[in-house]
Write a protein that binds this ligand. Sequence first.
Ligand code: ZN
Length: 127
Amino acid sequence: MSKRIEFSRKDKVKIIARANGKCEKCSAMLKTGEGEIDHILPCALGGEATIANGRLLCRVCHVEKTADDIRRVRKSDRQRDKASGAVRPKSALAGRKRPKPAPAKTLPPRAMFVPINRTTLAQGGGE
Ligand SMILES: [Zn+2]
């Protein structure tokens, strides 16, 4: 993902003032310091950290929006890679052998563990 450009403090102040204590998406009332400033067009898609591209969102809206942005960015990445021919053919991925996971060591049944009791502790067992 490309570098994230954060809003300047001055712009943040202006965006917060514009929002007037409310989420700019769902209009939920926000307590001071509760809102999160969102890039309407994500940086990864060329969005800039400007007042016009910023808005104050409540936590819920921001989480939703961020998830949506990630999907959009991935989609645009795929489209760009496809267009440039950088995308790997599927067979190359399918043909790559993965190391087989080591077989899990089977543990003896629980009954075979020696229960820790007073006797073993008194004998200095355990350590
Ligand atoms: Zn909201």
